[in-house]
Write a protein that binds this ligand. Sequence first.
Ligand code: UDX
Length: 422
Amino acid sequence: MKGHGVILFPMPFQGHINPMFQLANILHAKGFSITIIHTQFNSPNPSNYPHFRFYSIPDGLSENHAVPSDLNHIVTLLTTLNSNCVTSFRDCLAKLLSVNLEDHIACLITDALWHFTQAVADGLKLPRIVLRTSNVSSFLVFTYMPFLCEKGYLSAQDSQAENQVPELPQLKFKDIVMFERGDLGRLRQFIAIVVQETKASSGIIWNSYEDLEQEHLTKCSLYFSIPVFPIGPFHKCFPASSSSLLPQDQSCISWLDKQAPNSVIYVSFGSVAAINETEFLEIAWGLANSNQPFLWVVRPRLVHGSEWLELLPNGFLEMVGERAYIVKWAPQQEVLAHPSTGGFWTHCGWNSTLESLCEGVPMICRPSFAGPGRIMQVCKPCFGELGLPSGIQVGRGEIERAIRRLNGGEAEGQEMRSESCD
Ligand code: UDX
């Protein structure tokens, strides 16, 4: 008997791979057979998914290609991937469609950033559904790009950060100022193609939910005129641990087990964002001076020009002692669900934000270029003061105060914690 099959094509970055594989598991649980086409770069581990079929395509990148941390290079990499993969993806997809006799392939689901796949799907008469891995409101900002550019708002000064954009009062300049730091022309062009090819698709799946983004979902439906499916948060159905590209250090869970309830501040800036040496040291001192226990994810090369922890001052680790635990990569969902975790200092990547919201963990927000600028609306009720655009240096005193307020301010911390999405 013929079943229903779906072919999925994830963008090969951690924050995109996780939701795509979670979606694949959700669809599989609904009875769909799953085929994954993936790049050789950052390829998933098929042995974690014996129930899926995997096809690897050449992507033209060198074996040791790293994920860049600055916006210009990310746009370059995304543009390169979109042009390098056209032929290999089309050939693979055409072959799969021609030989797949058991399953009727219902559609192709690709990350929104794989814009070239719309033309390929059209050519093969296969419906394409887009998965947008970030939040709805940040995608709306993409659709405002031509207007924001025309008005010169993308070059706003940091001093204007708190001002509202006159024509779009729901936006503050700090929510969009991050675009200024990239090569605007190329970024604009890339975003314009992504929006255009999403408009040409058969629908958008969001890792979000109506109660959180109702107003923006309505606007999106009007703008794109295609069905929208806000079926998140995906991680509540399937955890992301099996699609982790880096090994998750489980030892931090044993350390968390020894800490008092709601006492630990968890610090992680996701898989892409990087910081400079000054920021790194201010964070280190802010954490140390807060006198709270902290679990800090310092990814290898998180700090520009440094391999791991070598920039920490001599004696720092001895001084913080048992109160600190530093890992290269954590089992984040488990950490956020742990009773000892009292707060999350995050770069506001959408996966991290959802994972934290769903566990009722209050956040200190330091949005990064790759994260959703409009996330500020979500974070504000949790913590406004550290909601600064990336690039603005936050001092150790400010960090210390934020952590104390989050963990120490009883009434405030309680109130923040009660805002979970369960
Ligand atoms: C980026 C963007 O920030 C995000 O907005 C976009 O939607 C996808 O690309 P990233 O910067 O990596 O992603 O952040 P985030 O979206 O938070 O994703 C990180 C993922 O890695 C989360 O699922 C998190 O649970 C996981 N993670 C993070 C770990 O498993 N261990 C860690 O130590 C840190």
